[in-house]
Design a binder for this molecule. Structure first.
Ligand SMILES: Cc1cc2nc3c(=O)[nH]c(=O)nc-3n(C[C@H](O)[C@H](O)[C@H](O)COP(=O)(O)OP(=O)(O)OC[C@H]3O[C@@H](n4cnc5c(N)ncnc54)[C@H](O)[C@@H]3O)c2cc1C
Length: 264
């Protein structure tokens, strides 16, 4: 069973995230890391591999990312968690790509890899659109089972539980398929010391757009169907209102505040 897990390299949310003058995210000058929501995708891929392994099956987990030079760190983290090998699609022409172009490059990369199951996170922690998995399944012509909170594999049948606000649905698909998993799908493991050491020897290939046969004119900011028109820094947090309850009026002041904010 060949599992390809797609992970995004995103600016560290605890760091100082900046935008370039063309309103794209500064991905070079800031620390980046494996998108937290994609750790769940790696975890579920490894659990499927282990389950298949315990049934005597032979599986491989390939981690795939599109990103600048630093994105290899996202691959390293997934290899340390237990993935077997990595593919890094790196090409300056990709910078500023919208979801449409990202899904195109991802699809062409997946087509070059043996793939029975393509696993994604529910959304990235920077763009946060949550659309790439569906776009990927469309481009690959494969069924898309998205937003799985529990994942089961029975032979060639993939079964997920998707928890909605008003209902829980079970979605089934026949492999090969595209799957996205939520942050409710189970805690992601921390790399063990053994895993960190083993990752140093695991292979990582670097591919360009030419390797994928993708014309640079189809990707990047110029080819983007959408553009971020303007960015505004969020106003600095204020200290907030402090209520001193010296005469028992604290509770009333609190309720008045909650009412004024329409919280109650
Ligand atoms: C603030 C901001 C706003 C944006 N707004 C838009 C917009 O309105 N329209 C638009 O088209 N684009 C927009 N983009 C660009 C968009 O973020 C990128 O195209 C991105 O690569 C795909 O969208 P996403 O990060 O939202 O992915 P999502 O759709 O949230 O991604 C879901 C999953 O797809 C996989 N995936 C996503 N990107 C990669 C990658 N580079 N490598 C490997 N796997 C990946 C991961 O498994 C991830 O969990 C925006 C970017 C930013 C930072």
């Amino acid at each position: 069973m060949n599992i390809v897990v797609c992970v995004k390299y995103v600016p560290d949310a605890t760091g100082d995230r900046k935008f370039e003058s063309d309103n794209t995210v500064d991905r070079e000058g800031v620390d980046g890391l494996l998108s937290e929501l994609d750790e769940y995708a790696v975890e579920q891929s490894l659990q499927l591999k282990e389950k298949l392994g315990s049934d005597g099956g032979d599986s491989e987990v390939t981690v795939l990312t599109i990103g600048p030079a630093g994105a290899v760190d996202a691959i390293r983290k997934a290899l340390q968690m237990g993935a077997d090998k990595g593919v890094h699609v790196q090409d300056d022409a990709i910078a500023g790509s919208d979801a449409f172009a990202t899904s195109l490059v991802l699809a062409e990369a997946v087509k070059k890899l043996p793939h029975d199951l393509v696993v994604c996170g529910m959304a990235s922690t920077d763009g946060g659109m949550g659309v790439v998995p569906a776009m990927l399944s469309e481009r690959l012509g494969l069924p898309g089972a998205t937003l799985g909170s529990s994942i089961e594999l029975d032979g060639q049948t993939l079964k997920i539980r998707r928890d909605g606000d008003t209902a829980t649905v079970t979605v089934e698909a026949t492999l090969p398929a595209v799957l996205s998993v939520t942050d409710q799908s189970g805690e992601a493991r921390y790399p063990s010391f053994k895993g960190i050491m083993a990752a140093k020897k695991k292979p990582v290939e670097t591919w360009s757009l030419a390797d994928l046969g993708v014309d640079a004119g189809q990707v990047g900011l110029e080819a983007s169907y959408t553009a971020v028109e303007e960015t505004q820094a969020r106003p600095p947090r204020t200290a907030g209102e402090i209520v001193k309850d010296e005469d028992g009026s604290g509770a009333k002041a609190l309720v008045d505040f909650l009412v004024s904010k329409k919280f109650v």
